[in-house]
Design a protein around this ligand. Structure first.
Ligand code: ZN
Length: 262
């Protein structure tokens, strides 16, 4: 059995898609998310949390026949306003990775909204304090990012925080080791692939949902259809290649042309 985890960023109401300020490459419309959720529901999928996934890896629980992990990064206000109602409507639950310094910032969820997410049965994970790449910190700063974010989320939300997602996707062995020492039992990164019982729990794979959005293609990936992973992995390689060759500025310019405003 292989489990696919999907990663979402900002989700916008269809009518405000053109005026949103978040990164349009990773931004999807509420109608697009709903289309995907309804297809997964029709196929009989159930969502599992990071905690349930780890329990399955450890052999202490079984999973539904069709299971998927839905993760939402960065604590956007839309996760409370649009995503949570959709998840509840389709009887799904998600795992929300929160960068603590962003809580209460414009466009992001407040502590009160996060507490309501918990009340709705959603899982909360850490996304660091500052949302800066974990690989760029000194050992001391890294420990602060990992332990402080975990502790603050646990104290203010009253739930255990056992999972972390790598801010901006940067990850290495030293970071994984520090994450383990800080008491996390799962780390979700941005490497494309599926997860099995043998997958290293501090490098769990995710499929980042981005434009151009296709519910059908995402469903084929959740269903484990290999060529769609090949396609997505190649797209990811192309992105890395372009970033390196063009540099960040020109890459951003190109991205703007590739993803037209909706
Ligand atoms: Zn992030």
């Amino acid at each position: 059995m292989r489990i696919v985890a999907l990663t979402f960023h900002d989700v916008v109401a269809d009518e405000s898609a053109a005026t949103s300020h978040s990164d349009e490459f990773y931004r999807i419309k509420a109608s697009e998310l709903e289309k995907l959720l309804s297809q997964l529901r029709k196929l009989g999928y159930q969502t599992i949390s990071s905690r349930e996934f780890r329990a399955w890896q450890q052999g202490t629980t079984t999973l539904p026949e069709r299971a998927v992990v839905l993760t939402f990064d960065d604590g956007y206000a839309s996760h409370f306003e649009l995503v949570a109602p959709l998840l509840v409507r389709y009887r799904f639950a998600g795992t929300f990775f929160i960068a603590v310094d962003l809580v209460g910032q414009p466009g992001h969820m407040s502590w009160e909204q996060l507490r309501k997410l918990v009340f709705l049965g959603m899982e909360i994970g850490s996304h660091g304090m500052t949302h800066e790449p974990l690989t760029g910190f000194t050992r001391e700063q890294l420990t602060h990012e990992l332990t402080q974010s975990k502790q603050l989320l646990e104290e203010r939300l009253g739930v255990p925080v056992r999972a972390i997602a790598a801010p901006r996707g940067f990850w290495n062995h030293a970071v994984a080791e520090a994450v383990r020492e800080a008491g996390y039992e799962a780390a979700w990164i941005s490497t494309i692939g599926t997860n099995g019982q043998e997958t290293q729990p501090l490098a769990l794979r995710r499929v980042v949902v981005r434009q151009p959005f296709s519910a059908e293609r995402l469903v084929t990936m959740v269903e484990g259809w290999e060529p769609s992973f090949w396609w997505a992995a190649n797209q990811q390689l192309l992105i890395r290649f372009l970033k390196r060759v063009l540099g960040v500025y020109w890459y951003e310019q190109l991205k703007r042309r590739l993803v037209p405003n909706a």
